[in-house]
Design a protein around this ligand. Structure first.
Ligand code: ZN
Ligand code: ZN
Length: 349
């Protein structure tokens, strides 16, 4: 903060707020000076702050956060301060409310990425929570392979996965489970519907859950028994090879762009470069998509302690799509794959 010229920082983005303070409530603002830390929230959370954030000074702000901050600034003698806020979370309406509540001598300065960068490297406790979230998703995937049979719909599968994860330790889903069969699987973010999955059909399942605030995220594509579509085996194997290439090549120090290229080059060499539109992966933690990006469009350096996804895909509109996604911890020597589920071309019928 000092290097950036800020006297204080306001943190309102929920995951950043939780990361810095431990506070899990749905509303509140952190106010951080160079030597003090305050948590402003409303009466729903006064007791919770004491339990979760004992090192933070509670400011009972009610629903008047901006006005309470003005009072706090006056009591701290900070009426001419430069205060950073999170531009990627504040709305224009919020900004105007804060600006009109604070003295004209206070400067609000827009920043991005400050806390997100800190969150990219995981502590051992964070890594432990991520592994537990992934273990629940892995168990759900194993259950799916036992349970699925011809005649179930995409929506049936999504619900079965949700119930399994929520009854085996998950407090929430990382995102709505994606289940897509046949041509629907060519839509990278399909919504499960009433399509009935038959023997030999391609099924793509992308899912994850939350344990102790931390997310998991995984994708498997398989055919229900012997694949019907003659191109499926070949395309599935190319995606698998692309995933293996990335898993074998990523290590601390590689750029996001070079990591993405490890998989993309395999897919392009096989003639499917135009069918892999999205980036190779993303960071995972308190949010299911966070720093660092693993993308052809970004130069971010991947470093030991980051948790990323590796998720190449090939999508053939009107036919089917294949995506395989593992979570990986970046280390000095390579990656540790956190996803334990087998990578199978097909399930038993
Ligand atoms: Zn996913
Ligand atoms: Zn993902």
């Amino acid at each position: 903060m000092t290097a950036a010229g800020y006297d204080a920082f306001i943190i309102t983005q929920p995951e950043n707020r939780r990361y810095l303070s431990g506070f899990t409530g749905s509303a509140g603002a952190l106010f951080i000076t160079t030597d003090r830390q305050f948590l402003l929230t409303d009466s729903r959370y006064y007791e919770q702050v004491g339990r979760e954030s004992p090192d933070w000074t509670l400011v009972k702000a009610g629903y008047r956060t901006a006005e309470s901050l003005a009072t706090l600034l006056e009591s701290l003698g900070m009426t001419a301060a430069t205060i950073a806020f999170e531009a990627d979370h504040f709305t224009v309406a919020q900004f105007e409310t804060w600006q009109s509540a604070l003295p004209d001598t206070v400067t609000l300065e827009a920043t991005t990425g400050f806390t997100a960068e800190l969150r990219a490297i995981k502590t051992p406790a964070e890594l432990d929570a991520i592994k537990r979230a992934q273990a629940v998703a892995d168990a759900a995937m194993a259950h799916l392979f036992d349970w699925i049979q011809p005649g179930v719909t995409e929506r049936d599968v999504a619900w079965e996965m949700e119930v399994y994860m929520r009854t085996h330790g998950a407090t929430a889903l990382s995102f709505d489970t994606i289940v897509a069969t046949r041509a629907n699987s060519a839509l990278p973010h399909a919504t499960p519907g009433d399509a009935v999955i038959g023997a030999g059909d391609v099924v793509l399942v992308d899912m994850g859950c939350v344990v102790d605030g931390y997310c998991s995220d995984m994708t498997r594509t398989f055919s229900l028994g012997e694949p019907k579509n003659p191109r499926y085996r070949e395309v599935w194997q190319i995606v698998k090879n692309a995933m293996d290439a990335a898993q074998n090549g990523i290590r601390s120090g590689i750029s996001s762009r070079a990591a993405d290229a490890l998989a993309r080059d395999v897919i392009a060499a096989a003639g499917y470069g135009d069918n892999f539109g999205h980036s190779l992966g993303h960071g995972v933690g308190l949010a299911v998509h966070e720093m660092p990006p693993v993308s052809y469009a970004r130069d971010t350096e991947l470093r030991a302690g980051m948790v990323i996804t590796i998720e190449p895909g090939i999508y053939l509109p009107g036919e089917f799509g294949v995506r395989l996604e593992n979570m990986a911890l970046v280390t000095d020597n390579g990656v540790e794959i956190l996803t334990r589920s087998a990578v199978s071309l097909k399930s038993q019928v």
